[in-house]
Design a protein around this ligand. Sequence first.
Ligand SMILES: [Mn+2]
Length: 372
Amino acid sequence: MISLLSVLLIASTAAGRDITFPSVAGYQSPMMALGHESIDITGAKFAGLTTFANLPYVHCLNKDGSEKYDIAILGAPFDTGVTGRPGARFGPGGIRAGSRRISPEAGWNIYSGKNLFKEWATIIDCGDAPLTVLDNTVALKQLDTAHGIISNRASNSTEYTVPRIVTLGGDHTTTLSALRSTFKHWGPVSVIHFDSHIDTWDPEVLGGGISHYAGVNHGTFLHIAHEEGLVRNTSIHAGIRAPVMNKKHDVKHDRQCGFEMVTARDLDRLTPQGVIEKLKRRVAGTKVYISIDIDVLDPAFAPATGTAEVGGWSTRELLTVLDGLTGLEVIGGDVVEVAPIYDNAGEPTTLAAAEVVMSLLQLMVDQPVKAE
Ligand SMILES: [Mn+2]
């Protein structure tokens, strides 16, 4: 009798599975829309064209400008300023691919309990700026123009009227264009620069002084930004570990460009919380631009980059430090030097870069910034 009951129970369970799966409350599967006249793919992962985090695409560079936004993602496919491995021109596409599993509909952060897409800001993906791959000077002017157009649009918020931009690099030279753009809206800003390299090299040193063209590259852009008056002398590097070329001159020159330094190994001594406090103290009371060279991470976590340096931070450590910067007035940011061709099949670099963008967006949503 007992065995007969068991058989019946098993049979009824099996039969139930054949007929229908239990519905999952709140989840509107695109499949459920089949048979209808239209299918809504908003927020659907792996569907439609690949935008960052499946955000809506807006053609921000056209003349119309009717679709308003508060924070724009902009790709900068540029890698002719790199001194190591090229390939960061494919970075914007790679970072978007790394963000495929992120959905604005289901983006609740386990640590903060927040979904940055469900707060006040309208966040969209502008696609990439069209940049020539044959002339750095022209490409940077094109990027300057793209930043200008996108940041000069009216924002969606009536209170916070300047749209802010997160740039997907591109090699690090592209940050120069972003800083030229932020200068026009906010004046000189403090830069929190996550990188294994200082990037303040004198163009006469890095580039060999052979030509002006050669001097504008991914290791000199912060020197140039300092020369152009775009950055405050309250800036700071984080994660530095690569050798300098000239001990006395390079480090002294770096300070002259406005930078203090947190080295990669300072994290061991200070702990992430100590690093957060040091960064916050340095930039206190100023507008902040956050630039993240993915080579701040150890190549074990981010092999797909132009000039990898061992002995770097883990992805978790970087995310902890970044998220700890909440409350700062972040007026723009970028993730650069992602060259997907050197990634492994598990895509650790592009996944990390996508998550870093999420942290940048959260900082910008946490602290809206009023126009001056
Ligand atoms: Mn760099």
